[in-house]
Design a protein around this ligand. Sequence first.
Ligand code: 9L3
Ligand code: MG
Length: 130
Amino acid sequence: MRAVIVVVGAAIISGGRLLTAQRAEPPHMAGGWELPGGKVDPGESDEDALVRECEEELAVKVRLERRVGGDWRLSDSALLRVWTARLVEGEPRALEHLALRWLTPAELYEVDWLPGDRPVIDVLAADAPA
Ligand code: 9L3
Ligand code: MG
C-alpha cells in the first residue's frame, strides 16, 4: 500500500484578516492561492511540521490554535490538515511564494484558491462573520 502524504496548512489570522499565499510552483499550481504550509517530514509531528513550514516559507514564528475540520483530500495520495495560527514573531515575507495577501472576511473569495483549499476556506468563512 502506498503511504499517504500528509500536508499541513496554516490559517494565520491577525487583526481579523486571513493570510493567503500565492504559489510559485509547480507550473500547474503557480498563481493559485493557498494556506501556507507543506509536507510533514518522516518522524515529524504534524504540528512541528507546520511551525517549521511557516518559518521556512514566511520567516515567522506561529502558535497553532485549533484544527479546522479533519482530513481534507488533496488527491489520491495526499491529504491536508489545517490549523488556525497566530503570529508570535515576525511579519510574513514571501520567501517561497509569488505574493502574500491579508484577506478580510469580505475578501475571502477575491483570490483564486487552489481547489484543495477551497472547502477549508468555506469552513473558515462560516466562522468569520463578513
Ligand atoms: N498543497 C495544497 N494546499 C496547501 C498546501 C500547503 C499544499 N494549502 C499541496 C501542494 C503540493 C503539496 O500539497 O502539491 C505539497 O505542498 P508543498 O510542500 O509543495 O507546499
Ligand atoms: Mg509549501
